[in-house]
Design a protein around this ligand. Structure first.
Ligand SMILES: [Mn+2]
Length: 307
């Protein structure tokens, strides 16, 4: 049975405390549990100050079989940041010329200097993380189990559902269908506004589509599901009846969405495990799954962020 652990973002101390709380202990270089397997839902890195500590805990667990893991958007970005555009000396799939791409990756690069052997080795490990896990009884993906995107991604995945080496190039090309597919699976889905409509987000950018809380399947208007958007202009926009919903019977665990408050599943079949440890007051959480087909708030366990 599985303990699904949410986005860690370089918070190694909280990870150690959570593993201990879950009953894992260190032996032969890896945390292990006598009966259970951990699953990391991605976003191991960026933001926190203990990036090495996190990798040095998670990687041996995965390599020695006491944990499974999926890729988060931060690991995908790290691979692209480290991969040169074919035929270019100084251009990367995730450009170094855009300052934001470097600043949001700075905590990781401080502990893994760019192109050092440790950096290259860690990037190589990120490439071994599958995009999703489909196990006996549950599914795990970083952002959205989006069937149309999974179908597009399929030919670009190897037998372990990891992106093949040339997939990173295709997934970094905005004109390639794999670009949107990987965006959806690892970063979330958006909903276009009706023609002519737009809104200004909290950062001041004018947008013609909104990132949505796709798990809110009973919402009827856009303001109920839009992320980081002022409600006013969106209140009158009706959600299309055929919008994406996760309607499968298999429980699905996801991270990525910076939830707050007391952890609880969003429905019988859906549970977010990202409770914002990268923010002051946030939590690193795990859902302890023991075979139930209806998820329960009682099975969450967590550690509140230190400092
Ligand atoms: Mn994420």
């Amino acid at each position: 049975m599985y303990d699904i652990i949410g986005d860690i973002h370089g918070h190694g101390t909280e990870l150690e405390l959570l593993l201990e709380k879950l009953g894992y202990s260190l032996s032969n270089g890896a945390y292990r549990h006598p009966e259970r397997t951990a699953i990391f839902a991605g976003d191991f890195i960026d933001r926190g100050q203990e990036e090495r500590k996190v990798i040095n805990i998670c990687r041996p667990m995965v390599e020695q079989g006491s944990a499974l893991a999926v890729m988060g958007n931060h690991e995908f970005n790290a691979v692209c940041y480290a991969t040169r555009v074919v035929g270019s000396e100084d251009d990367y799939l995730r450009s170094h010329r855009k300052p934001r791409n470097t600043t949001e990756h700075a905590a990781f690069l401080a502990e893994y200097p760019f192109e050092s052997p440790e950096h290259q080795e860690t990037i190589a490990w990120f490439k071994t993380l599958p995009l999703f896990l489909e196990l006996d009884g549950i599914r795990v993906i970083h952002a959205v189990w989006h069937h149309p995107s999974l179908r597009i991604a399929k030919p670009w995945l190897d037998g372990k559902n990891c992106l093949k080496p040339d997939a990173y190039h295709a997934a970094s090309d905005k004109d390639h269908p794999l670009y949107d597919a990987v965006e959806h699976l690892l970063k979330g889905i958006e909903m276009p506004l009706p023609a002519g409509e737009s809104f200004q987000d909290f950062g001041g950018t004018i947008r013609t589509s909104a990132r949505i809380k796709w798990w809110k399947d009973k919402a009827t208007t856009l303001d109920q599901v839009a992320i980081l958007a002022p409600p006013e202009p969106l209140k009158t926009i009706k959600l299309p009846e055929d919008r994406y919903r996760y309607q499968d019977d298999i429980p699905l665990f996801f991270g990525h969405y910076w939830f707050g408050g007391r952890p609880e599943p969003t429905s019988d079949k859906l549970a977010c495990v990202d409770y914002s440890v990268a923010k002051p007051g946030g939590k690193l959480v795990a859902y302890r799954w023991s075979g139930e087909s209806n998820l329960s708030a009682d099975n969450y366990l967590w550690v509140t962020r230190k400092g």
